[in-house]
Write a protein that binds this ligand. Structure first.
Ligand code: FAD
Length: 508
């Protein structure tokens, strides 16, 4: 028996490698890396983490067969040529149909492959399905409370520690102008990572940097992400020691040039398997008990990991393949080019996209309330934004972008979102410092320099009225729209059309 260790399953803490010290197969499939125009840091991260994992296994006496091939099928053929009677064992990949595809390829290569449960998540499919029952729409808050009781994290006699399940009310502060968040650690590329980076630049040139209209690529910053378990643990320790105490209050805040704020930056390591969700949460809980880190920060973080991360994984599992194509608002605009280039005068979008180009990362509220919100009210076809997120972020995989982008960001299916996260410049201004330095006027809806978020917001409500007016959570918004007279509504619709023209010609 040989354990197939996929690039997103680089763990010996859980799964088949937790109690196996024999043969391991790892596959670098180039075709996989060409499916999307991936950010060079994403490819460098995955391949470097795989090579480091291989080296650590070899150092500990494992027999590792590390195959570089065009496809998984090619690598399986070589493997089963060398070991005709072998059986491969793999944890079920989180991507839709991944386990079945691997099994078919192994069978076609003349071998066999057994798919076992994916233990890089906390909640098993059976447990989630039992919790969900036959509910039509799944509710995150209820799942999260279920998970708190299941794991016993922050629970005392079945009740939430501190009396409330959710401390969100305390977690919507914005920092003062002179606030400087503690700097996150940077992991200097070693020889392996440098070699991978150079190979990625040669082999996958013409990817992210040239999408979709060619040229003009500013070099990303030097690569900085953890590529080994030791580095990932160091990143976790640094987060817990310095940024966790203020994670909660500033969770939703956006500050120009402060790309990390107090976020953990652990998603990429978690999604590769370098860290397990349980150990991350337990480290945070230890800080709560040992150092009295405030409960609102601890609870806010625990909710993201045992709640949202597990929830979206299972929503994806249960709603694919439909979720990837979902478009209940029937939107069809192409993704504006500036999502790739960062070339827009809008201060918020330009700063966030520049950060994504530099590092393949932006924090949650920038993803949701700047990038996805703009695409939502602009009317971008959900699959196009999903492809962009998948290509641009170091932590992106289909299982996690699809529910976050198509459903949470663009209200594509109504699988768990109860209303669209649509907002005007008001929200951006309240939660960030972008508007004061922006050439667009946050208080204007129409006219030359009016902030595009405003006209697009009202236009979004107007054009989707048939679908959204009956939603009781949208009542106030439609009441405000009703207060606009015919002339105002026409001017808004003309301004929205003008914004789309300018975006298409790269002049927004
Ligand atoms: P923190 O703010 O420190 O949060 C801690 C951890 O909670 C994260 O590391 C992550 O593992 C987990 N988490 C929090 N929210 C979510 C969520 N909604 N879904 C899944 N996990 C969550 N997350 C990804 O891992 N990959 C993606 O490609 C991705 N794309 C997104 C796209 C959109 C439009 C939105 C709205 C969210 C997306 N997320 C994605 C979720 C979330 O934004 C990121 O997990 C988070 O920003 C990663 O940064 P962090 O590690 O500093 O997170």
């Amino acid at each position: 028996m040989t354990v197939l260790a996929l690039g997103t399953q680089l763990t010996r803490q859980v799964g088949p490698l937790a109690n196996h010290d024999g043969r391991v197969l790892m596959i670098e499939a180039r075709e996989f890396a060409r499916r999307h125009p991936y950010h060079p840091h994403k490819l460098t991260l995955v391949f470097s983490a795989m090579r480091h994992f291989r080296d650590a296994l070899v150092a500990d006496g494992y027999e590792v067969s590390y195959r570089q091939a065009e496809t998984f099928g090619d690598a399986f053929e070589s493997h089963f040529d060398d070991r005709p009677d072998d059986e491969l064992v793999v944890m079920r990949p989180a991507s839709h149909g991944g386990g079945d595809r691997l099994r078919t390829l192994a069978t076609e290569a003349g071998g066999s492959l057994r798919v076992v449960e994916n233990e890089t998540f906390l909640c098993s499919p059976a447990t989630f399905d039992e919790w969900a029952g036959d509910a039509e729409r799944l509710r995150h808050e209820s799942f999260y409370r279920f998970m708190r009781r299941e794991t016993d994290y922050l629970v005392d006699d079945g009740e939430p520690v501190g009396g409330e399940w959710n401390c969100d009310e305390q977690n919507r502060e914005t920092p003062s102008a002179d606030y400087e968040p503690p700097a996150p650690p940077t992991f200097e590329p070693d020889e392996t990572t440098r070699a991978v980076g150079e190979w990625v630049a040669d082999e996958f040139a013409g990817g992210y940097d040239e999408q979709p209209y060619g040229g003009d690529w500013a070099d990303p910053e030097p690569f900085r992400w953890p590529v080994t378990r030791d580095q990932a643990l160091e990143a976790l320790d640094a987060f817990v020691a310095t940024r966790l105490p203020t994670f909660g209050p500033y969770q939703d805040a956006m500050v120009e040039d402060e790309w990390a704020m107090n976020h953990s930056l652990l998603s990429a390591a978690l999604n590769l398997g370098l860290l397990t969700p349980a150990e991350v949460v337990e480290r945070v809980l230890a800080a709560y008990h040992d150092r009295s880190v405030p409960l609102n920060s601890v609870e806010g973080f625990v909710r993201q990991v045992i709640g949202w991360r597990e929830f979206v994984r299972h929503v994806y599992r249960r709603t694919m393949p439909e979720l990837a194509r979902a478009n209940q608002l029937d939107e069809s605009e192409p993704l504006p080019t500036f999502y790739w280039t960062g070339e827009t005068d809008m201060a918020c979008l330009s700063d966030v996209i520049d950060g994504v180009r530099a590092r393949g990362y932006s924090h949650h509220i920038e993803r949701l309330m700047i990038l996805a919100n703009f695409a939502l009210i602009y009317g971008v076809e959900p699959a196009q934004l999903n492809r962009w997120f998948h290509a641009a972020y170091v932590d992106a995989y289909h299982w996690v972008t699809t529910p976050n982008v198509v459903e949470m960001g663009l209200f594509g299916a109504g699988a768990f979102a109860t209303k669209p996260y649509a907002s005007s410049a008001n929200y951006v201004d309240k939660m960030s410092d972008y508007c004061s330095g922006c050439p667009y006027a946050k208080t204007k809806t129409t006219g030359e320099n009016a902030c595009p978020f405003n006209a697009l917001y009202w236009d979004f409500l107007d054009r989707n009225e048939a679908q959204l007016r009956a939603n009781h959570r949208m009542g106030l918004m439609y009441h405000q729209l009703d207060n606009k007279d015919e002339g105002e509504r026409t001017a808004i619709s003309e301004r929205a059309a003008g914004i789309r023209n300018r975006a298409e010609s790269g002049r927004l």
